[in-house]
Design a protein around this ligand. Structure first.
Ligand SMILES: NC(=O)C1=CN([C@@H]2O[C@H](COP(=O)(O)OP(=O)(O)OC[C@H]3O[C@@H](n4cnc5c(N)ncnc54)[C@H](O)[C@@H]3O)[C@@H](O)[C@H]2O)C=CC1
Ligand SMILES: O=C(CO)COP(=O)(O)O
Length: 347
């Protein structure tokens, strides 16, 4: 084990990713306090070292202390990690705001765009907790099911302040978890939110028996969609080529662990979003992001046809066959049209 880089950090949210990240943090940090919404989950973790709802076979290290008391979770925390689904992030930040040290760096693990406001997650956290300079995001091909087993993975940690990035990176980096840094918070966030929508489309295609070529087309045109939204928001055009973009797109669109991909498959088999989330106890962020990313793209006047198709199927009752017809009815034009200029509306 490496030397301790912090005495105590708080992880807010005990879903799959909050659970796996707590274990990873415990390799470097003296004590990880994991806030669970449910007191029963916190008690079960204390008694068995296992989360009874997520990654149930994974034994958490002794350095992880679970609690349902937010004040206890945040007491003396030198950094705060937010591991909540996008729908709950703002309310949770409001709830913990009086308990968070004003100087503590904040790392957002959530991948999404808030519905209603179309705000990115770091902006939500900064508004509610104060101090955009101290809010960073982590994204990349990081299925919790593999990270908790110590299988090699990498992520990009983006922060506006280089010192914040380095302090947070030191908490996470390990031989099996490589953490790169970036200043492009917006670009990294756009990648993480949009790739979930594209993964639903890939799941739908796979469920309908699509071949590898078709899935590769969806991923690549999905990457173009990510690139257009990111470019229109002024982010680095190379960010979508990295871990948060291409890396996570490939992992999510192809993995059996992906809720977004497997939900797409379940959808064509007749399962609803509500039934899927109820059955698995997990969130399908892409289903929510389809609405907010589309609203964001429309506001920016960039085309997001795959997102539009997924949104129409999930939220407007469009039959899948009609959504596919709509996509295939588009004229394929210049491959990178609209990537550099935000005022072009085609392709
Ligand atoms: N699971 C993964 O491998 C990864 C997940 N993420 C992102 O992390 C975020 C959290 O996802 P997971 O940890 O996977 O969650 P999850 O899907 O495993 O679990 C759902 C979580 O939502 C919580 N929840 C339900 N109702 C709530 C409420 N009213 N208020 C607060 N929390 C509530 C549940 O307690 C549970 O912790 C998502 O944005 C996801 O995209 C990012 C990278 C990897
Ligand atoms: O973001 C993730 C992996 O990097 C998790 O993806 P899913 O939410 O589709 O499982």
């Amino acid at each position: 084990m490496s030397a301790q880089v912090a005495r105590r950090v708080a992880v807010i949210g005990s879903g799959s990713w909050g659970t796996a990240l707590s274990g990873l943090l415990a390799e470097q940090v003296g004590e990880v306090r994991l806030w669970c919404r449910s007191a029963r989950v916190a008690e079960a973790i204390g008694a068995t070292r296992r989360n009874p709802r997520h990654l149930t076979d994974y034994e958490l290290p002794s350095g992880v202390h679970a609690t349902a008391d937010a004040a206890e979770a945040l007491e003396g925390a030198e950094a705060v990690i937010l591991a909540l689904p996008s729908s709950y992030l703002r309310d949770a930040c409001r709830m913990i705001s009086p308990l968070v040290d004003a100087k503590a760096p904040v790392l957002v693990l959530t991948k999404g765009v808030e519905r209603g406001t179309n705000e990115l997650m770091a902006d939500v956290a900064a508004t509610e907790l104060g101090g955009a300079w101290r809010v960073a995001v982590l994204s990349g091909p990081n299925h919790a099911e593999e990270v908790c087993l110590g299988k090699l993975a990498a992520a990009v940690l983006a922060a506006r302040d280089a010192d914040v990035a380095e302090r947070l990176r030191a908490l996470l980096v390990s031989p099996s978890f490589r953490v790169y840094v970036s200043e492009d918070v917006v670009g990294v966030e756009v990648c993480g939110a949009v790739k979930n929508v594209i993964a639903i489309a890939c799941g739908v295609a796979a469920g309908l028996g699509a071949g590898d070529n078709t899935l590769a087309v969806l991923m690549t045109r999905g990457l173009a969609e990510i690139g257009r939204v990111a470019a229109a928001l002024g982010s680095d055009p190379l960010t979508p080529m990295g871990l948060a973009g291409m890396g996570d797109l490939v992992a999510t669109c192809t993995s059996e662990h992906s809720r977004n991909r497997t939900f797409g498959e379940a959808l064509v088999a007749g399962e609803t979003l509500a039934a899927y989330e109820e059955r698995t106890g997990m969130v399908v962020e892409g289903a929510r992001a389809a609405q907010s990313v589309l609203a964001l793209a429309r506001g920016l006047r960039v085309a997001a046809p795959i997102t539009e198709a997924v949104n129409a199927v999930l939220h407007e009752g469009l039959p899948v066959a009609d959504a596919i017809d709509g996509l295939l009815g588009r004229r394929p034009g210049e491959e990178f049209y609209g990537m550099a200029f935000q005022d072009k509306e085609n392709h």
